[in-house]
Write a protein that binds this ligand. Sequence first.
Ligand code: SF4
Length: 236
Amino acid sequence: MWTDQLPKTTSLAEVNEILVTCRLCPRLVAWREEVAHTKRRAYRDWTYWGRPIPGFGDPNARVLVVGLAPAAHGGNRTGRVFTGDASGDFLFAALYRAGFANQPTSVMRGDGLELKNMYMAAACRCAPPDNKPTPQEIITCRPYLIKEMSLLKNLRGVVALGKIGFDTILAVYRSLGINAGRPAFGHNQFYSLGEGLPWLLASYHPSQQNTQTGRLTPAMFDAVWQRAVSLLNEDV
Ligand code: SF4
């Protein structure tokens, strides 16, 4: 179903090998490396990752989670998606409650975290200034996501965290010639995009801007993951 845009890769591990060497977006390459060099005072003893963030999780996953982009001192520091920042704390606590993660925290690579039945990726794989990738940077990065989706053979659904992740998934479908329409983004909204295609579930992004203001509460977030579990159970 999915167009093969990284033709020589046959596994998620191979995609990640190529991805972490990517330098296609000059603005993002410069930023991720500058942040990795200057660091934040609290992390001055860290060797920052400073590269694109690979996908993470269960290669047999039935659910794909798509976020926005790594945080400058989170994923760009630790080398793992949603790891080492407040968004990740909020996210993995919820995934643990829902049974998708084996522990409620995500601190660093090698901390024992495992995802069950879930793979995690992002619309843009390099930390952007002000957490804002440009539309062109998202387009440039999209082939990695398409390839990951093609390699997740058991994929049943996608949970998009935030409007940009949501729009990116719709754009992936459109780029493959699938008429995804122009559905409106809404928290905990379910979208069926066609017979036999992975469903789409939207959530507010677990950014501090949302979680500290109460726009996204733990209960609201739990409802999304419970819905994902229900959808998977319907589909056994
Ligand atoms: Fe490469 Fe994506 Fe990073 Fe751009 S954002 S440099 S396409 S990994």
